[in-house]
Design a protein around this ligand. Structure first.
Ligand SMILES: [Zn+2]
Length: 205
């Protein structure tokens, strides 16, 4: 018997979410922030960089770029000029994790940033996968892009293939699976279901 695509996706989702190995769960610390005068203090900045195992300067540069402000690292805290919402800082940290920490092949955080020939590459110690680090476009509003809705029809372009050969599209913190679509190929899909951050689709072209 043949499993339907929906069944395969359910299986994929189960495989993803069930802890199959006795490994520490990777939890991105929630930003603890407060406003101090005309600045925003990210209290647990060093803890976040440590958990992500990323260079503090690299993370700081990303935060400053996304917030569009100036700031500095002060001990274990980061201080930004201007008043920012905690949610905004959390969203930026999560986009940083997606772009610079999580392996797009196996979804694990056991990765390193390696610079070769001026190209920044994310290398995964868990599966051996590697990919060039995506350059984020400043015009993309991560909060708007990060909300797929069920029933929506959209054109998508898979960025890579899952182990099972489905096209995978990362939309903010969501992962969308598209049947029979190759990376770089634009296809029309309808979102049939959203389970957590996993987005199920059907082809409508
Ligand atoms: Zn990997």
């Amino acid at each position: 018997m043949t499993l339907s695509y929906e069944d395969l996706l359910k299986k994929a989702y189960t495989d993803i979410t069930e802890p199959t190995e006795a490994e520490e769960r990777f939890v991105v610390p929630t930003a603890r922030t407060f406003i101090e005068g005309k600045t925003t203090v990210l209290e647990n900045f060093a803890e976040i960089a440590n958990t992500l195992r990323r260079d503090q300067d690299h993370l700081m540069k990303h935060l400053l770029g996304e917030l569009g402000t100036a700031g500095k690292i002060e001990g274990t805290r980061a201080v930004f000029s201007g008043k920012f919402e905690r949610e905004q800082i959390n969203a930026i940290i999560h986009s940083y994790v997606d772009d610079y920490v999580i392996c797009s092949e196996c979804g694990k955080p056991d990765t390193r940033l390696v610079k070769t020939d001026r190209v920044l590459t994310l290398r995964c110690d868990a599966c051996g996968g590697h990919r060039p680090v995506r350059k984020r476009r400043a015009t993309v509003d991560p909060s708007a892009a990060a909300k797929p809705t069920e029933g929506a029809i959209m054109d998508v372009t898979p960025q890579f293939l899952s182990k099972r050969g489905d096209g995978v599209v990362k939309i903010g913190r969501y992962t969308m699976y598209v049947a029979n679509a190759k990376p770089g190929q634009t296809v029309k899909v309808r979102i049939t279901r959203i389970a957590g951050t996993i987005v199920f689709t059907e082809r409508v072209d």
